[in-house]
Design a protein around this ligand. Structure first.
Ligand code: ADE
Length: 247
């Protein structure tokens, strides 16, 4: 997968050299480039923002540098049919919620382009113009406001990269984890069996795979009901068996 990130703070994306994302980059699974938006400015001050039309606090990112950046990274002439153009993602608290389902959808793309806004956001015309030639998605991490899109890109790329083939050593863990089946994951334990007076649940030491699976399923349901009733309400009733309903 190819990924381009445009930001006025490229250093913010430095953690993308580390850990499993760094390894995916070294292996070529992830071809990632971070670009400084200011390299597409032409004035001595390398200006990227200005006051909002209509008034109000803060500054808005000017369209010109963004237009040039997107022209350079997603050249329209390469793909008049739009097929090989990247998917443009713009992190914003006004975007659609980022979910595990969206992570799966993005992991199937061949090229992602992230535009990191700062201040009060990017002039809307940049997104409207980009939408004439590529798929544009404004995406939100949650109902809170960050300084800018950079941290959101770190989060989204981590969620997406771990879904790319060959990145996780044990692909089975993708199947068990929270959100894989619309439920939160059951608690996990490792050795020692007793620690500071707290025991690992007996069932997990029983070796009885049927009982263990049932216990994990019950714990997942109980946790989800307590912490995320919205997830439970959204479950397809057909995915619940008789014992789930009893739980
Ligand atoms: N930029 C600012 N706040 C954000 C949020 N909640 N999600 C994604 N990008 C953002």
């Amino acid at each position: 997968m190819r990924v381009d990130v445009v930001s006025i703070f490229p250093e913010y994306l430095a953690p993308l050299d580390l850990s499993l994302i760094g390894r995916a980059r070294a292996a070529g699974t992830l071809r990632l480039a971070v670009h400084d938006l200011r390299s597409w400015t032409h004035d001595v001050h390398r200006t990227v923002d200005d006051t909002p039309y209509g008034g109000g606090p803060g500054m808005v990112m000017r369209p010109e540098p963004w237009g040039e950046a997107l022209d350079a990274l997603a050249p329209a002439e390469l793909a008049p049919d739009g097929v090989t153009l990247p998917r443009l993602l713009v992190p914003s608290p006004a975007g659609e919620p980022f979910t595990q389902a969206m992570a799966h959808e993005l992991a199937a793309e061949s090229h992602l382009l992230f535009a990191c806004g700062r201040y009060e956001g990017i002039d809307q015309r940049v997104l409207d113009h980009a939408a004439t030639r590529m798929r544009v998605t404004e995406v939100s991490l949650g109902d809170y406001v960050l300084f800018g899109g950079e941290v959101a890109v770190l989060v989204i790329l981590e969620a997406v990269t771990r879904l790319l083939p060959g990145v996780l050593g044990n692909a089975g863990s993708l199947d068990e984890e929270s959100h894989a089946h619309g439920l939160l994951e059951a608690p996990m334990y490792t050795k020692p069996a007793t620690w500071r007076g707290h025991e690992v649940p007996e069932v997990l030491r029983s070796g009885d795979h049927g009982r263990i699976a049932r216990w994990r399923r019950d714990e997942a349901l109980t946790r989800t009901a307590a912490r995320r009733p919205d997830l439970l309400a959204a479950l397809d009733p057909a995915s619940l068996d008789k014992r789930d309903r009893a739980a």
